[in-house]
Write a protein that binds this ligand. Structure first.
Ligand code: SF4
Length: 373
C-alpha cells in the first residue's frame, strides 16, 4: 500500500514538472512516506526525520513532506512541535496537501496546477499513475483505504482510518491509464480487499470490479490482496475460478492456529473455520496457491497454543507463509491488555520452527519472507 501511495505522490510531482532524484542534497522536495506498523519502524522514521534537519538548516527552501501512518488521519500538534522544520504533513494515501503547498509556494503554471488539482485533489484521491518506467509491467491500485476491523495487535485502523472504498469509476479510469502505459498486471489493494464496495451500496463488489477491469485491453493479469477469512465469499471464489485474467492466488492470513490466541487477537474466526475455508477454496479453484501471515509469540500464546499452530500449519500446506515475531505496538489494544512477556529468544525459536514447516519447499521465495517489519 505504501509503495502504491508513493507512486501516486511521485506521479503528482511529475505532473508538476519535478523529476526523481535519490540524492537528498539535490532535492527541492523530500517526501518521507512512513510505515509505523511496528514501533521500531516508527523509531526509524523519527531517526530519518532527525537526519534531514542539517540539510534543511543549510537549504531552508527545500520542502520536507512527512506522509503516511506516522502522521495518521488526524492533525497531530505534537508532531508539528517536535519537527517544526517539516513543511507539509499528509495523511496516508493523500498527496493533496503537498500538491497544494507546491502550487502555492513554487509558482507552477496554471495548466500544471489545474491538471494535478483535477486529478490529485479535486476528484478525491485520484492521481493518474506515472508513466511506466522502462520495463515496468506491474501496477498497484488501492481500492479500499483504511480498515474498520479491530485486530488487537494492529495500529492500522488508528492511523489509516475507517474503511473507505474508492469510487469504481476512479479505479477503472486508473486501470485504463495504466494499461495505456504498458502495464500488464494490476494488483488491487486493501487492508481487507474482499470488503471492497460493502461500505457503499452503489458500488460493485470486488468480484464485479475485477470482471470490469478484466475487459480492459492490455490488462492481462489481475491480483488482489489482502483477504480476510470472514469476507471471502462464493462470488469472489467463482470470479477467481472462472475469469482467466484473475490469478489463482489468495493471500489469506490466519495469524494463529489456536483458538485462544485467535480470540485474544480478535480476528473473528476459529482455526476450524479457517481450515474449512481453505478446503472450500481448493475445491472451487483447482491448483490455487494460498498464502498466509502468522504471528508467533503473541503475549497470550503458551507453548501448548504454539503447538496447536504448528499442527495446524503442518496440515494446511500453504504455498508461502509470512511469519512475524510479535512486537508490542503502543496504542493498540494488545499493548494495553497483555504484557509482552515472551522473550525474544523464545519468539525466535518459534519463528524458526514455523518458518521451516511452512516455507521448507519455498527456498526460491525465501528472500521475500518478512521476518520483521
Ligand atoms: S484486518 Fe486486522 S490486521 Fe488487517 S489491517 Fe485491519 S485491523 Fe489490521
Amino acid at each position: 500500500m505504501n509503495v502504491a501511495d508513493s507512486e501516486r505522490v511521485s506521479s503528482a510531482l511529475e505532473h508538476l514538472g519535478y523529476n526523481f532524484t535519490p540524492v537528498i542534497e539535490e532535492a527541492d522536495v523530500v517526501v518521507l512516506n512512513t510505515c509505523v506498523v511496528r514501533q521500531s519502524a516508527e523509531e526509524k522514521a523519527y531517526g530519518r526525520l532527525t537526519t534531514l534537519w542539517p540539510t534543511k538548516r543549510d537549504r531552508p527552501e527545500m520542502v520536507i513532506n512527512l506522509m503516511g501512518c506516522l502522521v495518521g488521519i488526524k492533525d497531530n500538534p505534537k508532531l508539528h512541535k517536535r519537527f517544526p522544520y517539516v513543511d507539509v504533513f499528509s495523511a496516508p494515501s493523500d498527496p493533496g496537501p503537498l500538491v497544494e503547498y507546491l502550487i502555492k509556494h513554487h509558482g507552477h503554471s496554471i495548466d500544471a496546477a489545474e491538471t494535478v488539482r483535477r486529478y490529485a485533489v479535486m476528484d478525491g484521491d485520484l492521481v493518474l499513475p506515472q508513466p511506466a518506467a522502462g520495463q515496468q509491467v506491474i501496477g498497484w491500485i488501492p481500492v479500499v483505504y483504511g480498515c474498520s476491523h479491530a485486530c488487537t495487535y494492529c495500529i492500522i485502523p488508528y492511523r489509516r482510518g475507517i474503511e473507505r472504498s474508492r469510487p469504481p469509476e476512479e479505479i477503472l479510469k486508473e486501470a485504463h491509464a495504466l494499461a495505456a502505459q504498458g502495464i500488464k498486471e494490476v494488483t488491487l489493494l486493501g487492508q481487507i480487499v474482499d470488503r471492497y464496495g460493502l461500505d457503499n451500496p452503489a458500488y460493485p463488489t470486488l468480484a464485479k470490479l475485477m470482471n470490469q477491469i478484466s475487459e480492459i485491453d492490455g490488462i492481462e493479469r489481475i491480483r488482489f490482496l489482502t483477504s480476510h477469512p470472514n469476507w471471502m465469499n462464493d462470488e469472489l471464489l467463482d470470479c477467481v475460478a472462472e475469469n482467466p485474467k484473475v490469478m489463482p492466488h489468495i493471500e489469506i492470513p490466519n495469524q494463529a492456529g489456536d483458538d485462544t490466541v485467535l480470540e485474544a487477537m480478535k480476528r473473528g474466526y476459529t482455526a476450524d473455520q479457517y481450515r474449512k475455508l481453505v478446503q472450500k477454496i481448493r475445491a472451487r479453484i483447482p491448483g490455487v496457491s494460498i498464502a498466509t501471515d502468522i504471528i508467533v509469540g503473541f503475549p497470550t500464546e503458551t507453548e501448548a497454543d504454539f503447538q496447536e499452530t504448528v499442527d495446524f500449519a503442518k496440515n494446511i500446506d500453504w504455498k508461502i507463509g509470512f511469519v512475524a515475531r510479535y512486537s508490542e505496538r503502543p496504542g493498540t489494544a494488545a499493548a494495553r491488555l497483555y504484557p509482552d512477556d515472551i522473550s525474544d529468544q523464545e519468539k525466535k525459536r518459534r519463528w524458526d520452527i514455523l518458518d521451516q514447516i511452512i516455507n521448507k519447499d519455498n527456498m526460491a521465495v525465501r528472500p521475500f519472507v518478512i521476518t520483521s517489519v
